[in-house]
Ligand binder design. Structure first.
Ligand code: GDP
Length: 534
């Protein structure tokens, strides 16, 4: 029972009183850690708000955006957020419903997404894909879906805005099946769309949810076993014969997507989505790690950092590392060791991202996200654990789609520039490549917006005046070979296109995607990877 903000701001909390958790809290409620993926404008914000509302985490419609604006007003260096009215930063929203704890990880909802968005998807166990009924699968939905597929993240589909004219239901279902190569299973059916919209039929219970009042919203009016217009009854019969029937295992394996129709704006669907997540979405799964996957039931506390967020106040060097807890029961004050570098750090002020606000956490469980304040010691991809001998794998770097040369306006600032580029590479804002020949550093991003974020932060936070110039390259591939001699043979002959990423891994900078294919054909023993797992 709370009211408050859905977006966690980054200002560090005062050490407030800890949330009192009784001893009996040893009974852990099941976790559902998920994200919403969609193309901008499909209705993610509206749906998020309604999910939080149904989940009891907020009381007023409009809360998410309203609070988001307050937060934006505070963020100084992220002027872009204000200018464009978009949220560049992700946040975590937690709510409890029916004995289940839901952790909803927000992904930036702009067409230009960053690695942040991709990486956030490595920290979830399932996703809800929102599609606009009038538009079907749009480019960003598809890109985000591909990331989910990489990790077999199961997807529940929500076809939104059926209160408006949309495309025929069969066309939408076929498009999902075809483009995403998934079995589809309609779980509900819209009775008309737009002006003829008469409600949503739940195909499992045969209950029709009806619009009511002038607002034509769902307010609880249900009709059992309704008489349907003959053409719609026929459609449904056809659909039930033609599409896969629901199979929970196939869904959890990422092979089948249950499809719900509705209208987030008019309250058709959000409650069904929460029920579906509760009933079918996977609880925290074993996580890929070296030397062996880590099961959530393992006793030692383990987790990985999937995101680092700098303080919005440029005067503060504080950062928050977002860690997904993978196993064990985390307790406040616990010492965790970042694998591979550094001494154990005591986590005295962990932050749990409840929808109403951030609170100092006393305990957290596998599937939960903890914010760990630090001064730059923690990096994206870091494993944190009570034991120092494991390392989570599977947090990929993605092949940049835009490469730019960084040109320093004041040559005495080289050191600051290097520090800034390394810092931002650590946060996942941009990738940085140091060419083998020449002194012009190259940065890589997957979306235009990241370039603006980079320049704005170089200026505001690091006081480095820099410009970006076209680079003679268009994309990059991480190169490796089973036999080091093959790799050396390749790099020796292509030195002018070779660079190192911030961790010293060899990267081939290519003039075009075509060149990648051409070179890969010529050097069959060299592997050219578009993603690199840390
Ligand atoms: P986002 O960019 O994906 O976060 O989308 P928003 O939630 O901001 O929604 C984009 C626009 O679509 C807004 O004007 C919403 O009011 C509108 N919208 C969202 N859901 C629905 C819906 O179910 N029906 C209708 N008619 N409009 C909707």
């Amino acid at each position: 029972p709370v009211s408050g903000k859905a977006h966690a701001s980054i200002h560090l909390p005062a050490r407030g009183p800890a949330r009192a958790i009784p001893e009996s809290a040893a009974v852990i409620s099941p976790r559902r850690t998920f994200a919403i993926i969609s193309h901008p404008d499909a209705g993610k914000t509206t749906l998020t708000e309604k999910l939080l509302y149904v989940g009891g985490a907020i009381h007023l419609a409009g809360e998410v955006k309203a609070r988001g604006q307050t937060r934006r007003a505070r963020s100084d260096w992220m002027k872009i957020e204000q200018q464009r009215g978009i949220s560049v930063t992700s946040s975590v929203m937690t709510f409890e419903k029916g004995g289940i704890t839901f952790n909803l990880l927000d992904t930036p909802g702009h067409e230009d997404f960053s690695e942040d968005t991709y990486r956030t998807l490595t920290a979830v166990d399932s996703a809800v894909m929102v599609i606009d009924a009038a538009k079907g699968i749009e480019p960003q939905t598809r890109k985000l879906f591909e990331v989910c597929r990489l990790r077999n993240v199961p997807i529940i589909t929500f076809v939104n805005k059926v209160d408006r004219e949309g495309r025929p239901v069969f066309e939408l279902l076929d498009e999902i099946a075809e483009i995403l190569q998934l079995d589809v299973c309609p779980m509900s059916w819209p009775i008309g769309m737009g002006g003829t919209f008469q409600g949503i039929l739940d195909l499992t219970t045969n209950r029709l949810h009806r619009p009511e009042g002038d607002s034509r919203t769902y307010q609880g009016k249900v009709e059992e076993n309704p008489d349907l217009p003959p053409e719609i009854a026929e459609e449904i019969e056809l659909a039930q014969g033609g599409y896969a029937s629901f199979d929970g295992d196939a869904y959890r394996a990422g092979d089948l997507t249950p499809v719900y129709f509705g209208s987030a704006l008019k309250d058709f669907g959000p409650a069904e989505l929460i029920a579906a997540l509760a009933a079918h979405a996977p609880p925290p799964r074993p996580q890929p790690a070296d030397p062996a996957p880590i099961d959530p039931s393992a006793k030692e506390v383990t987790g990985f950092v999937f995101k680092v967020q700098a303080n919005m106040d440029p005067q503060h060097r504080d950062r928050i590392a977002f860690m997904r807890l993978c196993s064990g029961v985390f307790k406040r004050g616990m010492k965790l060791t970042p694998t591979g570098h550094g001494k154990p750090i005591a986590v005295h002020s962990p932050i749990l991202f409840f929808a109403q606000d951030r609170e100092i956490a006393d305990e957290a469980y596998p599937g939960d996200i903890i914010g760990i304040p630090n001064h730059g010691t923690l990096r994206v991809g870091d494993t944190l654990s009570e034991r120092a001998d494991i390392r989570f794998t599977g947090l990929p770097n993605f092949a940049p789609e835009i490469l730019r040369r960084v040109v320093l306006k004041d040559p005495t600032k080289t050191k600051q520039l290097r520090k800034a580029l390394d810092d931002m590479a650590e946060e996942g804002v941009t990738q940085v490549f140091y060419p083998e020949i020449g002194s012009n550093w190259i940065i890589g991003v997957v979306g235009q917006l990241q370039l603006e974020v980079l320049l704005s932060r170089l200026d505001a936070e690091y006081k480095v005046a820099a410009g970006l110039e076209p680079a003679p390259f268009e994309t990059a591939r991480w190169v490796s070979a089973a036999d080091p001699a093959d790799l050396k043979g390749f790099t020796d002959l292509n030195r002018s296109a070779m660079a190192r990423d911030r961790d010293g891994n060899p990267v081939f900078l290519a003039k075009s995607a075509w060149e990648v294919g051409y070179i890969a054909d010529r050097y069959a023993k060299v592997k050219f990877a578009a993603t690199r797992e840390r």
